[in-house]
Write a protein that binds this ligand. Structure first.
Ligand SMILES: Nc1ncnc2c1ncn2[C@@H]1O[C@H](COP(=O)(O)OP(=O)(O)OP(=O)(O)O)[C@@H](O)[C@H]1O
Length: 631
C-alpha cells in the first residue's frame, strides 16, 4: 500500500512546488460542467472576505462619527448609532451568508467532480492491459481511489477556496491599513516579517522530521497490512510474538519521529501567538503616541479599527502556507489519478467477431440473429464467415515479459478440435505464459497464433476471450449468490442452465447442502468454501460459458484425494468435446492426453503421447517414474 511519505510534498517548511499543469487540467475539468456555480462561488468568496475587512473599517466610522459625538452630549440621540450598528450587523451577516453559500456550492462541485473522476478511473481501468496490473500493485491502484481522491476532495472543498479567501482578505486588510496609517502599517509589517522568518526556521527544522514521520507511517501501515494478510501463516508458525516485537519496534520509531515533528510544530503556535500580542501592544502604543503627537491625524476610531485589522491579518497569512501545502499535496495525488486516466488502453485492432450462424445442406454458413448452437467468426472487412471449431495453432512463438529475458522460445503447438493438449514442466517453465498468449493478455515478440486458421491478432479481444474458457487453480469468486457466481460464465444463462452445469461439474451435491442452496450468499472471495468447492464452482462456471476451447490449470495438491476425484470428474465432464490445454501438475491425470508437451526454460524439449514419451526415456520418463520432481 502506498502510504509512503517521500512521494508527498513536504508538509511543513519551504515553499511547496505547485504542479501548474495538473492544476490547469483539474481546473478545466471542474470549470466546464460547473461554470455558472463557479462564478457564484468566486463572488461569494469576495463578499465573505471583504465583509470581514469592511466590518473592521466600519468600526472607525462607528466610533468617530457616532460614539465619540455622544460622549459628553447632554441629550444623546441613539437612533443614528443603532442604525449604524444595524448596518455593521448587515455587513457581517452578508459575509456569513456568502461563506455558507460558497461552502455549500463547493461541496456540490467537489462531490460531482469526484464522482465523475471515479467513474472515469473505473471505466478506464477496465480497458487497461494485464501488463498494467503486473507493474502496479493493488495497494497503489486502490490508494488512487481512497487517499488521492480524498486529498483531491479536501483541496477542492477547502484548500483552494480558503486560499483565495486568504489572498483577498490579506490584500484588502493591507490596503485598509495603509489608508489608515502607513506608520502603523510599518509596525505590523516588521512584526509579520519576524513571525514569518521564525515560522520558516521552525518549519525547516520540523520538515525533515515530518518526512521521517511519513516514512515511518508508510512502513508501519505496510507491516500491518502484511500481517493481516498473513494471519493464517502467522498462526501456523506461531509467529505472533515475533510479529508483535517487530511491530513494537516500528511503532516506537514512528512515535519518536512523530514526537520530534510535532515538538517543533507545536511550539510554533504559542510563539506566533505571543508575537501577535506584542504586535498588538506595539500598535496600540505607537498609535497612541502618534495620536497624542498629532502625527498622521489618527483618531480614536482609526486606532481601534487598525488594531482590529492588524489582529485579523495574522491568521490568513499563517494559514496561506498551510493551504498551499495542502494544494501541492493534493495535486501530487491528482497527478497520479491523471496518470491512471492517461494510461493507454489495451489496444485492440481486431475486426473479426463471433456471430451466431446457420448452415444449409451444402454446408454454406450464414450469419443469423437467432440463438443457434453454431458459431462462426465473421470478418467485418470481407464479410466472410469461418466456422468456430476450436482449432488452435502456435507457430514459432517467442515471448518476453520484460525486454531482458525471453520466457518462451520457438513454441510450436497444434491443438485440433476436441484434442487434449497437456503442458508439463517445472515451475517457471512457461506453461501459464502459453495460455496467457492464447488469451491475448500479452502480445507476442515473434511468431503467430491461429484460431480456426485466423491470426488471433485480427480477432477482437473480447470476442476471442468469449470463445476461451479458463479454469485457474486460484479461483476468484465475487460477492453474490452461488447462482450468480456460476452465471458469471454467461450472463444470460437461465437458472436451469446454471443448475444443469453445476450437476455436470459435480458441484450440485455440495451446493444443495449449503444453508440456502444456490441462493447462499458468498462474500470475501468465497472464503467460507473449501478449496475443492471453489474449484467445482469455477468448473461449473466454465461449463455454463460453453466455450469450444478450454484452458485448465489443474488443481495442485491443496485438496484431498476424495475431493480430487470429485474435481477430476467435474473436469472430465467439462473437457468433453472441447479443445483443451491442461497445465498438468500431476502426470496421472494426463495419460489420456492427445499430446503432451514437456517444457523446460521456455522451450519444448519433448512432445508426444504418454506412451511415446515413456518409450523415449527422456525427461518425461524421468518425471513419470519419479526420478525427477515436477514441482
Ligand atoms: N507478469 C510477469 N512479469 C514478468 N515475468 C513473469 C510474469 N509472469 C511470469 N513471469 C516469468 O515467466 C516465467 C514463466 O512463468 P509461468 O508462470 O509461465 O511458469 P509456469 O510454468 O506456469 O509455472 P507454474 O507451474 O509455477 O505456474 C517465470 O520465470 C516467471 O518468473
Amino acid at each position: 500500500m502506498r502510504m509512503n511519505g517521500n512521494q508527498k510534498p513536504q508538509l511543513h517548511g519551504g515553499m511547496p512546488k505547485l504542479d501548474i499543469a495538473t492544476f490547469k487540467r483539474l481546473f478545466s475539468l471542474i470549470l466546464i460542467p460547473y461554470k455558472g456555480r463557479f462564478v457564484i462561488v468566486f463572488l461569494c468568496i469576495i463578499i465573505s472576505a471583504l465583509s470581514g475587512v469592511a466590518g473592521s473599517v466600519f468600526l472607525r466610522i462607528l466610533i468617530d462619527s457616532y460614539i465619540t459625538p455622544l460622549i459628553g452630549s447632554a441629550n444623546p440621540s441613539f437612533g443614528p448609532l443603532i442604525q449604524a450598528l444595524l448596518l455593521m450587523l448587515a455587513i457581517y451577516a452578508s459575509g456569513v451568508v456568502a461563506s455558507f453559500v460558497y461552502n455549500r456550492l463547493m461541496i456540490t462541485i467537489a462531490q460531482g467532480t469526484l464522482k465523475s473522476i471515479r467513474d472515469s478511473m473505473f471505466s478506464h481501468m477496465q480497458t487497461l492491459s494485464i501488463r498494467y496490473f503486473d507493474t502496479h500493485s493493488h495497494g497503489d491502484v486502490m490508494s488512487l481511489y481512497t487517499n488521492d481522491a480524498d486529498t483531491l476532495r479536501q483541496m477542492v472543498t477547502q484548500s483552494i477556496p480558503n486560499f483565495i479567501n486568504s489572498i483577498i482578505t490579506v490584500t484588502a486588510i493591507f490596503l485598509a491599513m495603509l489608508l489608515t496609517s502607513w506608520q502603523l502599517t510599518l509596525v505590523v509589517v516588521v512584526s509579520l516579517v519576524l513571525m514569518l522568518s521564525i515560522s520558516s526556521k521552525v518549519a525547516k527544522k520540523s520538515g525533515s522530521y515530518f518526512m521521517a514521520q511519513q516514512k515511518a507511517i508508510g512502513k508501519t501501515n505496510g507491516y500491518i497490512e502484511e500481517m493481516i494478510n498473513g494471519q493464517k501463516v502467522i498462526k501456523v508458525f506461531t509467529y505472533e510474538n515475533r510479529a508483535k516485537d517487530r511491530f513494537d519496534r516500528l511503532n516506537e520509531e514512528l512515535a519518536a519521529d512523530a514526537f520530534n515533528a510535532h515538538r517543533f510544530a507545536n511550539i510554533l503556535m504559542p510563539i506566533m501567538g505571543n508575537i501577535s500580542y506584542i504586535q498588538y501592544v506595539l500598535v496600540a502604543i505607537v498609535g497612541g503616541l502618534l495620536a497624542l503627537g498629532g502625527i498622521g491625524s489618527l483618531t480614536l476610531g482609526a486606532i481601534a479599527s487598525f488594531l482590529q485589522l492588524s489582529r485579523s491579518i495574522n491568521m490568513p497569512i499563517n494559514q496561506m502556507a498551510q493551504q498551499l501545502n495542502s494544494v501541492a499535496m493534493a495535486l501530487a495525488g491528482t497527478k497520479r489519478i491523471f496518470a491512471l486516466l492517461d494510461e493507454s488502453s489495451e489496444p485492440d485492432e481486431g475486426y473479426i467477431r463471433l456471430v451466431n450462424a446457420k448452415q444449409n445442406e451444402e454446408g454454406t454458413l450464414t450469419a443469423t440473429e437467432e440463438k443457434t448452437n453454431l458459431w462462426a467468426w465473421k470478418d467485418e472487412r470481407t464479410n466472410t464467415l469461418t466456422k468456430l471449431c476450436g482449432h488452435v495453432q502456435l507457430h514459432e512463438v517467442d515471448f518476453a515479459y520484460t525486454a531482458d529475458r525471453l520466457v518462451l522460445q520457438d513454441i510450436t503447438i497444434e491443438a485440433k478440435p476436441g484434442q487434449k493438449i497437456a503442458l508439463v514442466g517445472a515451475t517457471g517453465a512457461g506453461k501459464t505464459t502459453i495460455t496467457n498468449l492464447i488469451n491475448r493478455f500479452y502480445d507476442l515478440a515473434d511468431g503467430k497464433i491461429q484460431y480456426d486458421g485466423i491470426n488471433i491478432n485480427t480477432i477482437s479481444k473480447d470476442q476471442l476471450r468469449r470463445s476461451l474458457g479458463v479454469v485457474l487453480q486460484d479461483v476468484h469468486l465475487f460477492s453474490g449468490t452461488v447462482m450468480e457466481n456460476i452465471r458469471y460464465g454467461r450472463l444470460d444463462a437461465t437458472d436451469e442452465q446454471v443448475i444443469e452445469a453445476a450437476k455436470l461439474a459435480n458441484a450440485d451435491t455440495f451446493i444443495e447442502h449449503l444453508a440456502q442452496g444456490y441462493q447462499t450468499q458468498l462474500s470475501g472471495d468465497g472464503t467460507s468454501l473449501s478449496q475443492g468447492q471453489r474449484q467445482l464452482l469455477s468448473i461449473a462456471r466454465a461449463i455454463v460459458a460453453n466455450p469450444p476451447v478450454l484452458v485448465l490449470d489443474e488443481a495442485t495438491s491443496s485438496i484431498d484425494t476424495h475431493t480430487e476425484t470429485v474435481v477430476q470428474r467435474g473436469m472430465d465432464a467439462l473437457m468433453q468435446g472441447r479443445t483443451v490445454f491442461v497445465i498438468a501438475h500431476r502426470l496421472s491425470t494426463i495419460r489420456n492426453a492427445d499430446m503432451i508437451l514437456v517444457l523446460q526454460n521456455g522451450r519444448i524439449i519433448e512432445q508426444g503421447t504418454h506412451e511415446q514419451l515413456i518409450e523415449q526415456k527422456g525427461q518425461y520418463y524421468r518425471l513419470y517414474t519419479g526420478a525427477f520432481e515436477l514441482e
